[in-house]
Design a binder for this molecule. Structure first.
Ligand SMILES: [Zn+2]
Length: 200
């Protein structure tokens, strides 16, 4: 028992709401925070508030952007605007970007279809994606959704809404383990999967 420490317990409860903070580490993080001086804590809190206020989603691809409506990929003249890579999350975008093999633009879905979790097409950015395909000069779409049943179902659902006569539709090649998450894969695996992409 940690005794009568109501605000400490409140802090623990708040930290426990943060995904990826393992339960054992929550106490270490709380302890670390309490040992910092007031200025350091104020700076940390202000930085979180500032980031939350300044960073928003790109109006086109839903990547993060700061100070502009469009993200750096959508703005960059160096990116090939005719090839679009569709990913589930921002983490997946980064995994692919770090592999250094893809030079097109992205579209972040915000997750994958999962009826059991109540995630349908309207919870994702599928409508915005279809809108982009109508209005941008996209000639190839690469599905880099995760090789999970949800990721596969999402790619199938979207491709069923696309006219294959006007688009090359492909899927990341093998090498991506079944059920594996893109964000945990090494650069070489992702590069190979991109280069060896197969028709959908
Ligand atoms: Zn963008």
């Amino acid at each position: 028992m940690i005794g009568h420490l109501p605000t400490f317990q409140k802090l623990i409860r708040q930290l426990q709401r943060v995904p990826y903070l393992a339960s054992k580490n929550v106490y270490k993080v709380a302890h670390y925070l309490l040992k910092q001086d007031d200025n350091a804590i104020a700076q940390l809190c202000n930085t979180i508030i500032e980031a939350k206020q300044n960073i928003r989603h790109c109006e086109r691809c839903f990547n993060f952007t700061e100070g502009a409506a469009l993200c750096t990929f959508c703005e960059s003249p160096k990116r090939i605007k005719t090839i679009m890579c569709v990913v589930e999350t921002w983490h997946d975008l980064h995994a692919i970007e770090n592999a250094g093999e893809f030079h097109g633009v992205y579209h972040i879905l915000g997750g994958a279809l999962s009826p059991l979790e109540g995630i349908g097409a309207h919870q994702l950015t599928i409508q915005a994606l279809l809108h982009r395909l109508e209005n941008e000069n996209i000639t190839e779409i690469i599905f880099a959704t995760n090789p999970t049943p949800e990721g596969e179902a999402t790619a199938s659902y979207i491709s069923s809404k696309i006219n294959p006569a006007i688009l090359i539709i492909s899927r990341l090649a093998s090498g991506v383990p079944i059920g594996g998450a893109l964000e945990y894969m090494d650069r070489l695996t992702i590069s190979k999967a991109l280069l060896g992409r197969r028709p959908f």
